[in-house]
Design a binder for this molecule. Sequence first.
Ligand code: MLT
Ligand code: MN
Ligand code: ZN
Length: 303
Amino acid sequence: MKIRVLGSGAGGGFPQWNCNCDNCRRLRHNDINAKARTQSSIAVSTDDTNWLLINASPDIRTQLETFPAIQPKQGIRDTGIKAIMLMDSQIDHTTGLLILREGEPLDIYCSEMVRQDLTTGFPLFNMLADYCTVNHHPIPVDGSGFEIAGIDDLRFYTHALKSKAPPYSPHRHDPHDGDNVGVIIEQISTGKKVYYSPGLGAFEPHVMRAMEAADCLLVDGTFWTDDEMICQKAGIKRAQDMGHLAQSGPGGMLETLNTIDNTRKILIHINNTNPILDEDSEQRQILDQAGIEVAYDGLEIEL
Ligand code: MLT
Ligand code: MN
Ligand code: ZN
């Protein structure tokens, strides 16, 4: 299978339009060894032609324009996007659906909780009913497997994560299974597995099992420290308040990644305040030494 990282940044992207943090300011002034990043989305395919889009970022136009394999090939209107899966109903993962309104009906695979958010607090599905229309396909939150029409040779296993529903959701402070999911993507013919979870707040046993069984991990790289936004005066929320597990420190992402062997480890959904964006930073050296990669826009992973 091939995974294309369309957008490797967290909400806001890098640089963020109104942000003057060290990373954003230095990127604008060409004073940092770092790559700009669009907001969070990946695509997966086994034939380079039919793609499952996972999350629909507000930056989707740019992401598609820089990725020929997913562009129109025949007829007056066409796309390589055969279906869409949503990991949650966050703005950075769903707003791109509006950009896809000119097309055929959208086959959207998401949890019941996400469907509820997208028909009430942020009623994208209702709005799109008067444009392309949406076919909603419910997905499991207990780790059971399913296939997606038009996406050959892949099987998906989705499970609930401890993370956070968006600020607008009635579930922000009242968590329900399926507000956020992680997905194991398995190629049926080879048995190879990728585990993707851009919003991972805690290592529950089913998450550990998924991580240990995967050939490649694409996991939450949002923040280096829990109080990163607060320390940089860029916000008042801790990583945990936003459903993200910080990388450093006891119980952090690195500590757990270091216990897993024989797996390619990639951090994704990187917030613009995160020091790992600076490729010359000491935090980036720590990742390099641990064999942990940092996703960038356009990265392609073949398994
Ligand atoms: C998050 O994952 O917490 C989001 O990136 C926040 C947002 O979209 O503003
Ligand atoms: Mn996000
Ligand atoms: Zn910033």
